[in-house]
Design a protein around this ligand. Sequence first.
Ligand SMILES: C[S@@+](CC[C@H](N)C(=O)[O-])C[C@H]1O[C@@H](n2cnc3c(N)ncnc32)[C@H](O)[C@@H]1O
Length: 230
Amino acid sequence: MEPGWEPGEPGWEPGEPGEPGEPGWGGPGAALGGRGLLAAAVASGAALWATWAVLLMPGFRRVPLRLQVPYQPSSPRQVANALELLRGRAGKTVDLGSGDGRLVLEAHKQGLRPALGYELNPWLLCLANYRAWKAGYHGSVSFLKKDLWKVNLSDCHNVIVFLAPSVKPPLATKLLAELPDDARVVSGRFPFPCWTPSSSLGQGLEQCWAYDMKEVRREAKSRAQEKSQL
Ligand SMILES: C[S@@+](CC[C@H](N)C(=O)[O-])C[C@H]1O[C@@H](n2cnc3c(N)ncnc32)[C@H](O)[C@@H]1O
């Protein structure tokens, strides 16, 4: 294109603006210009942030970023494995980060009562309550808008956790400090790195591990004793 030709003038053709290094070549951002590119980057950033804050992680403003776990529902096989590891047990059963409520509903169905879930995402809480109502369990199961890091777990006998591996160490500290000796923790997808499971079920990402707190404490104590003797 000749310098000076404008779109619409005789001889003007849309086409190659030139090669890199040649006059007229403006690089990939030429059409937008520097300000346009900046505006596009800001707009995409804002859209990403809005998706994260409004749809994926609403209600998490007060949770430190390192403790935030996004929603990823467990598969039917994971739900079955987790509940199988709690078969025959009794007492208060909680899902820490209950999502759409599938594990709590299944726990209730299996006779684990009371069954409840803690969840911060209001969309998921609505969905869980709707699913409870549809299943005829409304009023029998609870979904509470509470930060799992702030609830006291000292009266829980069965605890289900389908959370990211990054939060397992601080969660292990909380569970060790609060749960009664006869409590069982079932972890899905990822094990607790420093605990020895009493049993496990499934393969790969479908695997679930069961931990009995009495055993976990005994092991932690003997490890601490060994360390002090060194
Ligand atoms: C990986 S999903 C598991 C959902 C459900 N337990 C399941 O297995 O289908 C983790 C859930 O924990 C919730 N969550 C993350 N951090 C939380 C917190 N501090 N308090 C309450 N819920 C939380 C998320 O909103 C998300 O729904």
